[in-house]
Write a protein that binds this ligand. Structure first.
Ligand code: ADP
Ligand code: MG
Length: 390
């Protein structure tokens, strides 16, 4: 794989880069977008790197699943990337030109605009408004590729998708992993290959079926799994404990039953319950888990311990977070809801904690699967023309 960081000494001035990021950012619930979102923040170093090198940057992203919504008006109002131009412009203190293509994707027109203006940052509209993106059409990928001289993937969180702007595009342009993607790969491969022991994996969240690949892949390598959330509930169901209306996965009970024989899978000893629903780990469990966390060499955490949308059921996850901040382990935290527990600006993140932008992508990576986006970067054999050094 080629890394953007390896181009530090190269003269890139005047080139145009197609930069895939992930602005698939949830609304903040008040009709706005979370500005201090992890994913926007993660894209900044690469954008700044490119601007400093005198590169024109064409930012590519998707947002949501517009194809799932039938009303066109609703599609656009909900999934347009337009507001991100303003957000980016504020963060970068530079104009960001939004490129709407919904009246037809005309590559030569877009190229013309890019070439004719002094602006250096462009944001294309949500690529998923075009069918070619999710279908990974080579024809569309080639059109996209024609907009620039090289391609950078800095979107780890979509690297498990076979989409035109993630995989097919690498066939047509010299392709590099961006700075954020590079650090995802470095940190995640470290815990896969040489984790400092003991290795503790904390798993919570909604569904055990999302996490089962990680459990299986680390069953030998990990020293303990600390389980909470809906994942723990499914283990309780496998033990025939009464769950009433608690969140668990019926179809995963047989598998959970098989896993129960592994003593390294640690289940909660008490729970916070409301109206017959188990909604968080209890205080005894939090104490027990915290003691294990403090002795860890490496920690991987995905999935909250409880129903964190309600403050009173956030306590278990907050106790885990506190223990992590007090530990000296190397820590990886990933998952949309899990990382939302960290208010990045207020916490002074220590250097031993890595926040992954990947949810599904991180889980697939840690499950030992090959991510199509990374494989595509590995396979990309397109080189720059010989005048590259001039
Ligand atoms: P992440 O986004 O960090 O990967 P998941 O998507 O797997 O995490 O799960 C997060 C969701 O799981 C949260 O919305 C949370 O409310 C829910 N959850 C966790 N534990 C419970 C529980 N005991 N009951 C109901 N919902 C839960
Ligand atoms: Mg989630």
């Amino acid at each position: 794989m080629k890394y953007l960081s390896s181009l530090k000494q190269k003269n890139l001035s005047g080139k145009t880069c197609l930069l895939r990021v992930d602005f698939n950012v949830k609304n903040d619930g008040n009709g706005g977008i979370n500005h201090d979102n992890l994913r926007i923040e993660a894209a900044m170093p690469t954008i700044k790197f490119l601007i400093k090198k005198g590169v024109k940057v064409v930012i590519l992203s998707h947002r949501g699943r517009p194809s799932k919504v039938s009303s066109l008006k609703f599609q656009i109002s909900r999934y347009t990337l337009r507001p991100f131009a303003k957000i980016l412009s504020k963060l970068l203190k530079k104009p960001v030109r939004f490129m709407d293509f919904r009246k037809g994707f005309n590559a030569s027109k877009i190229r013309e605009i890019i070439a004719s203006t002094r602006d250096s940052i462009f944001l294309l509209e949500n690529l998923r408004f075009l069918p070619g993106e999710e279908k990974n059409y080579v024809k569309f990928a080639r059109k996209l590729a024609s907009l620039g001289d090289f391609y950078v993937n800095d979107a780890f969180s979509v690297s498990h998708r076979e989409n035109a702007s993630v995989t097919a595009i690498t066939k047509y342009l010299p392709s590099y992993a961006g700075l954020a993607l590079e650090s995802e790969i470095m940190n995640l491969s470290l815990v896969m290959k040489r984790p400092r022991k003991p290795l503790i994996i904390i798993l919570g969240g909604a569904k055990i079926s999302d996490k089962i690949g990680v459990i299986k892949n680390f069953l030998k390598k990990a020293d303990k799994f600390l389980v909470g959330g809906g994942v723990a509930n499914t283990f309780f169901a496998a033990q025939n404990l009464p769950l009433d209306d608690s969140l668990y996965e019926n179809k995963m009970i047989p598998l959970a039953r098989q896993l129960l024989k592994y003593k390294k899978i640690i289940l909660p000893v008490d729970s916070a319950v409301k109206k017959g629903k188990i909604l968080d780990i209890g205080p005894e469990t939090a104490k027990k888990y915290a003691a294990i966390i403090k002795k860890a060499g490496t920690i991987i955490w995905n999935g909250p311990m409880g129903y964190i949308e309600e403050k009173q059921f956030r306590k278990g996850s907050e106790a885990i977070l506190k223990a992590i901040f007090e530990s000296r382990a190397f820590v990886i935290i990933g998952g949309g809801e899990t990382t939302s527990l960290l208010k990045l600006k207020t916490h002074n993140l220590k250097h031993n904690i890595f926040i992954s932008t990947g949810g599904g992508a991180m889980l697939e990576y840690l499950a030992g699967k090959k991510l199509p986006g990374l494989a595509a970067l590995n396979l990309s054999r397109v080189s720059f023309a010989t005048d590259w050094n001039n």
